[in-house]
Design a protein around this ligand. Structure first.
Ligand code: PBG
Length: 328
């Protein structure tokens, strides 16, 4: 005797049976144009210097930067984000506003190499340039002075625009920084230079390897200006403020531990929303893969597709070139 077993009427597995069908119904795709490669350029270096906590990433010389930019352009990625590693640091981060400072020099080189193949972007923050390692200047009590830092950011913005930066990435988390730099740029005749606000930026352990990458001398932490990882509502507020102040693009950072903030931002923002998969996120996957504990390529692709799925239009990732190669 046969029994009639009533099976499920909904069978999502129908669309998962073979690769061509899965590809056809995929909701999210990676494309090289939506990837941005962060790059470090070290003043005075004669050879690229490996960063031990970020296997595969180096501090470039101004010479090796040229080839790196050409490679990025050839890979078809959307842009690069430049960080400077100066030889000398001081209390106000003088190297940040000096036209001959490493970041401004690197920007001129990168813009000349890139032509119109990709968007050359610069990190606008003082921490790489200050001897105390904070993102702003300090008051007499050692507290990061918000409004005095804004004055430095204004000058830094103009210096970067003069060097040819095509997008200024404001990552210092001072209150009012977008408005201040927008005003300075407009005053100086750079009304067409856009601003990327690192709008929701959290005080994160995942920036750890970055400290080595820029040889930061920071002691302590950035919790008086970067956000508390506990706060989701505050992320939305910071994004609103940056947009109101004139940010052309907003960013959520880090990415993987903040996908809720990213999804909130993607749902609410009238301007493009990006995410930064930071140094510690990179190091974590590389380390686990080096031990053979996870499949490296699958983990990298899954991590970035997850960030895109949560709502990022573009992703800053240290794997940008490798991902672009895989997509060919
Ligand atoms: C600030 C800045 C940082 C990062 C990008 N811009 C460091 C920080 O805020 O502590 C971190 C990026 C990364 O970890 O990959 N200049």
């Amino acid at each position: 005797m046969t029994r009639n077993i009533v099976g499920p009427t909904d069978r999502p597995r129908r669309l998962r049976q073979y690769p061509a069908m899965r590809r056809l119904v995929a909701e999210t795709r990676l494309h090289p144009a939506e990837l941005i490669l962060p790059m470090f350029v070290r003043e005075g270096a004669t050879e690229p210097v490996p960063i031990s906590s970020m296997p595969g990433v180096v501090q470039h010389t101004t010479e090796s930067l040229k080839k790196a930019v050409t490679d990025a352009a050839a890979a078809g990625i959307g842009g690069i984000m430049l960080f400077g590693v100066p030889e000398h640091k001081d209390a106000v981060g003088s190297g940040a506003t000096d036209p001959e400072g490493i970041l401004n020099v690197a920007t001129r080189i990168a813009v000349a190499e890139a032509g119109d193949a990709l968007v050359v972007q610069t990190d606008l923050c003082l921490d790489e340039f200050t001897d105390h390692g904070h993102c702003g200047v300090l008051d007499a009590h050692g507290y990061v002075d918000n409004d005095a830092s804004l004055e430095r950011y204004r000058d830094m913005g103009i210096a970067q625009a003069e060097a040819g930066s095509q997008l200024l990435g404001l990552s210092g988390m001072m209150d009012g920084q977008v408005a201040a730099v927008r005003d300075a740029l407009d005053d100086a005749g750079f009304g067409n230079t856009p601003i990327l606000g690192y709008a929701a930026k959290y005080a994160s352990a995942f920036y750890g390897p970055f400290r080595e990458a820029v040889q930061s001398s920071l002691e302590g932490d950035r919790r008086t200006y970067q956000q508390d990882p506990a706060n989701r509502r505050e992320g939305a507020r910071e994004v609103d403020l940056d947009i109101a102040e004139g940010a052309d693009i907003v960013m959520v950072k880090p990415a993987m531990s903040y996908l809720d903030v990213l999804a909130d931002t993607a749902a609410a923002s009238p301007v493009p929303v990006w995410a930064y998969q930071v140094s510690g996120e990179y190091a974590m996957i590389e380390a686990a893969a080096a031990h053979g504990w996870i499949d490296r390529r699958r983990a990298i692709e899954e991590s970035v597709i997850g960030i895109r799925r949560a709502g990022a239009g573009a992703v800053l990732t240290y794997w940008a070139l490798e991902l672009a190669e895989w997509m060919r």
